[in-house]
Write a protein that binds this ligand. Structure first.
Ligand code: HEM
Length: 463
């Protein structure tokens, strides 16, 4: 087998005869990659089936690929195999086409524009709280999924997806699960009527129906809602042509997919971390109560909530919703003296790098205080990169951070989320990193009957 590999292949775990390192990777990707990096170093040679992949874990190597040579690489095989779902949207498109679409979408994520989304984020969170009461049991992950889906729908597409939210949510989660199944993607032809392929086709059809309906309604109304959908609808090429419905569908669905589960996961992990670190929770409450004293937070408050920011930064370090990224070399390159021939995969794992003891003291501990000093400045650029980097950096990073802070501040002022007993929170490294069985929590009102009374009064006022 060694003879088949390039003359200089980085050291790595011995591949199995049949599928290389695929089986141990699939069993537990987080542990497998962590062990590989800790044992073999900053560049590890891995063979998945017959595909050669290098796991790179030094910040300088990561910067070299993402920032210095992005044109030599395209997105990895798993995303490419999922084009049926993502189509040619921002996440999966490449080259000049991607650049054009990115330029079209960018203004919708501009600081001044997302500022206007803040109010919606808080309003939707308050609406969720109207359904919450002291002593109630909830799955914090599900609650956050529904909330962030409603927020993306309203802010980017001015669509009230609340009615469709459960349907979209269920369907997307199922599709994301299927789409992270590398073995199935590679081995099962899409046309084969396996139960999974049939389920996938039906689910994509359901999603398409909802998204095409949204697009048709907007086209029919001719209304400029000033949101992303209006911008995309109005955008013209140099030759005057517009995006067709299929391209609009790809961009819309991509933003739903990329934008809602990631933020929901960040919040779910954060509720769990707060519940298991009471001293952090106390400090957070003190900051929120001191500044807001019960009123709803607004965009302008964010710079005055530094501890809330550190809590989220630390949560993103330990439980990065995008736990890893993949690239495929389309030109020959070299990393750390090893040849990277075109066709080689490159794997980069936030989960591994952001827990590296070379950059973080007590790396597995949840310590928001570590961000209070100048750590961010001292770190190499790619020691902490929950939103990726280079030209393909997350377009929604500011949107996500603002949303997460406003949701955290709104909820934590009114409720403490307590863990239900006897559960083990297990990270599931699917396309995103989520708590495998959710997070069962009991709501504890921080203001006793007052909160419920306030909520009731707010509800009456809205009638
Ligand atoms: C905590 C929340 C989020 C995390 C951790 C996250 C993480 C990431 C990462 C790591 C990438 C780069 C992937 C790569 O280079 O292979 C990415 C790309 C992307 N994200 Fe996010 N994201 C989040 C929220 C959002 C939101 C809220 C939106 C939109 C509403 C969004 C839309 C996108 C899009 C469209 C891309 C592709 C950008 C491009 O290639 O031009 N993300 N995200």
């Amino acid at each position: 087998m060694k003879g088949k590999l390039p003359s200089k292949f980085p050291p790595g775990p011995e591949p199995g005869a049949l599928d290389g390192v695929f089986s141990p990777f699939r069993r537990d990707p987080l542990t497998f990659l962590t062990n590989a990096a800790r044992e073999y170093g900053d560049i590890v040679g891995l063979r998945f089936l017959h595909y050669r992949t290098y796991l790179i874990s030094h910040p300088d190597y990561i910067e070299d690929v993402l920032v210095n040579h992005p044109r030599k690489f395209v997105k990895g095989r798993v995303l490419q195999a999922n084009k049926r779902l993502f189509g040619n949207g921002l996440l999966t498109s490449e080259g000049d086409f991607w650049l054009r679409q990115r330029r079209l979408a960018q203004p919708a994520f501009h600081r001044t524009r997302i500022g206007s989304y803040g109010e919606t984020m808080v309003r939707y969170t308050e609406q969720m709280l109207e359904h919450w009461s002291h002593g109630q049991e909830v799955d914090a992950h599900q609650e956050m999924m529904q909330l962030t889906l409603n927020i993306v729908g309203k802010t980017l597409f001015d669509a009230d997806v609340a009615g469709d939210a459960r349907e979209i949510g269920k369907t997307i989660t199922m599709l994301l699960d299927f789409s992270s199944d590398f073995r199935r993607l590679i081995f099962t032809p899409k046309w084969l009527p396996t139960p999974r392929n049939i389920q996938t086709s039906l689910a994509i059809r359901r999603l398409n129906k909802i998204v095409f309906r949204m697009i048709a309604e907007r086209r029919a109304s001719g209304r400029d809602a000033g949101d992303l959908l209006s911008m995309l609808l109005a955008a013209r090429d140099e030759d005057g042509s517009r995006m067709d419905d299929k391209q609009l569908r790809d961009e819309t669905l991509t933003l739903f997919l990329a934008g809602y589960e990631t933020t929901a996961n960040l919040l779910a992990w954060t509720w769990w971390l707060l519940a298991t670190h009471p001293e952090v929770e106390r400090k957070l409450h003190a900051e929120l109560d001191g500044l807001l004293a019960g009123r709803a937070p607004a965009m302008d408050d964010l710079p005055r909530l530094p501890y809330a920011g550190h809590v989220l930064t630390e949560s993103l370090r330990l439980y990065p919703p995008a736990w890893g990224m993949a690239r495929l070399a389309i030109e020959d390159h070299e990393i750390a003296g090893y040849p990277v021939p075109a066709g080689t995969g490159v794997a980069i794992a936030q989960w591994v790098v952001q827990r590296d003891p070379r950059w973080f003291e007590a790396p597995d501990e949840f310590r928001p205080e570590r961000w209070e000093g100048d750590l961010q400045k001292r770190l190499p650029r790619f020691a902490y990169f929950p939103f990726g980097g280079g030209p393909r950096q997350c377009i929604g990073n500011m949107f996500a951070l603002m949303e997460a802070t406003l949701v955290l501040a709104t909820v934590a002022q009114h409720f403490r989320l307590r863990m239900m007993p006897n559960q083990q929170i297990v990270p599931l490294a699917s396309i995103t990193l989520r708590p495998k069985n959710g997070v069962a929590m009991r709501l504890e009102s921080r203001r006793g009957a007052k909160t419920n009374l306030n909520t009731a009064v707010a509800a009456i006022n809205r009638i």
